[in-house]
Design a protein around this ligand. Structure first.
Ligand SMILES: [Zn+2]
Length: 499
């Protein structure tokens, strides 16, 4: 019996209010059995194996609350444009890939931001044609709400000057950029990855997160259905290195029951949410805003899934035990989703489901208290690039942008993520951004909204667990999953320790 028992010695932050700090944790059968003083824990299991980590800090395991896990896995082998500061830098990275890619093969990439490239307007296909005349190229903006393509890609997809804008999207003229749903016009011409390629990408994404110190992740929809299925396969094969909570696009809810996708707690893979999009994103000027809208005169954004749909399909989701999860960036999008959620609250409460908003990025003061009891799934890391954009595009919303402290004080559960591959899954950047509020321009965005390091730890551990309805995660107390993170210091270097 004692052969299976382990005592971990470490300065331990439990996030359990009943016993916030302990010296030792007893683990057995993948669960925490006891937490307390060294003497008490050793006394309870004298024959147990001892892991001595007295020089490091032990906390509940890190969770990544918003990632497109398989897309992220694919991105690890695509052209990375994070940090590109000019069009010529993008051209150089694409040119390098062209040299190493058979002609005719699609070149994919992402991570650029128009503002970081120094562009005031949408770039043309011709700029990519200069370095890739024969390989079709498709590059996603960091927020994934826009794609930049070359002429070979447009030709392959049959998109030309006369192609009409699709619903919920725009083909920018002269040709080169596709906003929101319009990117599908080109994306659908790219050969779909095989099942084996999905598995490889799922493995790569999950492995990368585990190596960064994460023990669980919430993977959002906005990926092919094969993506979560690949994760499910890995779990069945015993190859999933972390616990995954997955979202289904709302369009597929009708098939959910038939596919056996209702909640299956206990395993490493679980269907948990149904995803809606209330609007676009800031960088692409597609976030849905109340008047006066964007200060550059580009309007009030693009509403996507209508609030009535969120209400109706959300009701069906809750019926199946799934959590409504809605992307809302602009202040108008947040108001509309909160209205829809007000109608869903009693039913969700009765089912023990916490309604959830992704990003909650820009808010009106009167909407903040309405987040009480909801999950605000937010990504501090985006504040760094967005700060300068917020000041120029929507100065009137600056004080309630990334309003973490106000949301916390209003009684929202904060769950931190990165939205990778939109940003790298870097908890360090989330710690820095949430604590200092310093953006890429070196200025502090709404400094009153700063959090403490302990708040950030909570939002990267217990917060996501509560959002997923996992009472046995993100906390160290008897019965909890024995999935921890070891730190040299809080927010420093992390390593996962999973039993
Ligand atoms: Zn996302």
């Amino acid at each position: 019996m004692t052969a299976d028992l382990t005592v971990v010695h470490a300065r331990t932050l439990t996030l359990d209010d009943a016993l916030p700090e302990v010296e030792a944790v007893l683990v057995g059968g993948g669960r925490v059995l006891m937490a307390g003083s060294r003497e008490a824990v050793r006394g309870a299991a004298p024959g147990a194996r001892v892991l001595d980590h007295r020089d490091v800090l032990l906390t509940p395991g890190l969770s990544e609350a918003h990632i497109h896990l398989v897309t992220y896995g694919f991105s690890l082998s695509q052209v990375g444009l994070h940090g590109a500061r000019s069009v010529s830098e993008v051209q150089a990275r694409v040119a390098h890939r062209v040299l190493n890619t058979p002609a005719g093969t699609w070149i994919r990439g992402g991570g650029f931001l128009l503002s970081e490239l120094g562009l005031g307007e949408y770039p043309s296909a011709a700029l990519l044609d200069e370095v890739s005349p024969h390989h079709p190229v498709m590059l996603y903006s960091r927020d994934l709400h826009m794609a930049w393509v070359n002429s070979a890609a447009l030709r392959a997809a049959g998109v030309h000057e006369g192609t009409p804008d699709p619903e919920g999207g725009r083909v920018v003229r002269p040709l080169g950029c596709l906003l929101e749903n319009a990117s599908a016009l080109v994306a659908r011409a790219i050969p779909a990855p095989t099942e084996a390629e999905f598995l490889t990408a799922a493995r790569a994404g999950a492995q990368d997160l585990a190596e960064r110190g994460y023990v669980s992740a919430h993977t959002m929809a906005f990926e092919a259905p094969d993506a979560p299925r690949a994760l499910q396969r890995l779990a069945q094969q015993g190859e999933l290195p972390l616990r995954v909570w997955a979202c289904l696009p709302h369009e597929r809810l009708g098939q959910a029951q038939a596919l056996g996708l209702a909640r299956t707690p206990g395993g490493l893979f679980q269907w948990g949410g149904v995803k809606f999009f209330a609007d676009g994103a800031l960088g692409s000027r597609t976030a849905w805003l109340h008047a006066p809208g964007f200060a550059d005169g580009s309007g009030t954004g693009i509403p996507l899934d209508p609030p009535e749909l969120i209400r109706e399909v959300g009701r069906a989701a809750i019926e199946l035990g799934l959590t409504p999860v809605t992307h809302a960036i602009g202040d108008r999008a947040n108001t509309e989703v909160l209205d829809a959620y007000d109608a869903l609250r009693p039913q969700a409460q009765a089912r023990g489901i916490r309604l959830r908003i992704e990003h909650a990025q820009h808010l009106r003061a009167e909407d903040v208290p309405r987040f009480r009891g909801l999950t605000a799934s937010v990504q501090p890391i985006h504040l760094q690039a967005d700060g300068p954009m917020i000041r120029s595009l929507m100065p009137h919303l600056e004080s309630l942008s990334y309003a973490f402290r106000s949301l916390r004080d209003a009684g929202a559960v904060l769950a931190f993520g990165s939205d990778a591959p939109v940003a790298p899954p870097e908890y360090r950047a989330n710690f820095a951004a949430a604590v200092t509020r310093v953006d890429d321009a070196g200025e502090r965005l709404a400094p009153g909204e700063a959090l403490t390091e302990l708040d950030v730890l909570r939002a990267h551990t217990r917060g996501p667990a509560l959002a997923a309805g996992w009472d046995d995660e993100g906390i160290i107390r008897p019965g909890a999953r024995a999935a921890f993170t070891l730190w040299d210091r809080l927010g420093g270097n992390a390593q996962a320790l999973v039993f």
